[in-house]
Write a protein that binds this ligand. Sequence first.
Ligand SMILES: *[C@@H]1O[C@H](CO)[C@@H](O)[C@H](O)[C@H]1NC(C)=O
Length: 354
Amino acid sequence: MFKLLLCCLVVSGAYAINHGTQAADFEAYMKKFGKVYTPAEKNNAQFYYNYHKNLIAQQNALADRKASSYRVNENQFSDIRLITFAARLPEARYPTTSFNVTPITPIEVAPPEFDILSQWGIELVAQDQGTVCSSSWAYAVARSIQILNAIQVGNFTPLNNSAQALIDCAGMGNGCTTQVPQIAFDYLTQNGALLLNEADYPATNTDSQQGMCKPQMPPSAIKVDSYGTIPDGNDALLMRYVASEVPVIVEYNPATFGFMHYSSGVYVPPVRAQASSSQFLVVVGYGHDTESDLDYWLCLNSFGDTWGEKGFIRIVRSSTQPIAKRAIFPNSLGTIATTPSTPTTTTRATPITP
Ligand SMILES: *[C@@H]1O[C@H](CO)[C@@H](O)[C@H](O)[C@H]1NC(C)=O
């Protein structure tokens, strides 16, 4: 009897302590990620936060035992459930026509590993699309052009291009839902629009809908002449383009616990995801990870620089799970406008007919 009582006292004591720690952890989480809730929201948020904390511990225990090649951590999405996360990044919808041109010819033989950014020492801080607007299509386009432009003009601490200008001006009302990179490339190549700097057109990533397009006469901006595409599943061609220093955007399904909370290592997606969502990533390199003995693609995401490996994710490179999906890239850039009236910025490359 005495033993039984003691046991329960100990257990309930542990529960109280555990409960207190949990509450403190959640308060720290709220502070770290700037979360503000109504009391009702807070209950839910705390529930999912604790739920994810357990899953995170389980996944990292697997990684500790080398039974998994990647780790996870709490982040800005830990207070919502996976299906909410998936719903906020709805599956992309594509236009039926494309203005892609026959792209530049990539190098024939890609080296075993390559990293566009480290090749040139390009300094790039991953940007944050926020948690309520599915705008990776715009961020990926802005970033792919930024990288290509940095290489072409030899400025390796490039100004950030404005994703928000693309969301507002090219989004066609779907800027925060199902929009795709091609629409941004069409806007930039078919309408003669220039890609603005973030300084001239700042981000507003807490809005869940695209804003009104604010036309600008930019003091400096980038002209995009044409874009190219890669057939689905053709990872070998994708590799040749990346090795040719072309950052390539791919559509990826982020609707898994592992992607949602990814923090490091080589991410291996489950064979079947629970939902179909769309996140656009910029493939900037590839290589081999000696720790896990896995080949990977190095991809830039737009979940900020505290998500993943400083905002990047290494995704397993394998013939059974090809990454080339709706792959698209800036093919050639025009002259940079130094003043709004520079006429050379409106010249366009003649599309080559295949
Ligand atoms: C570009 O954006 C990143 C991430 O938001 C930021 O840290 C960096 O300071 C920006 N760079 C410039 C030149 O404004």
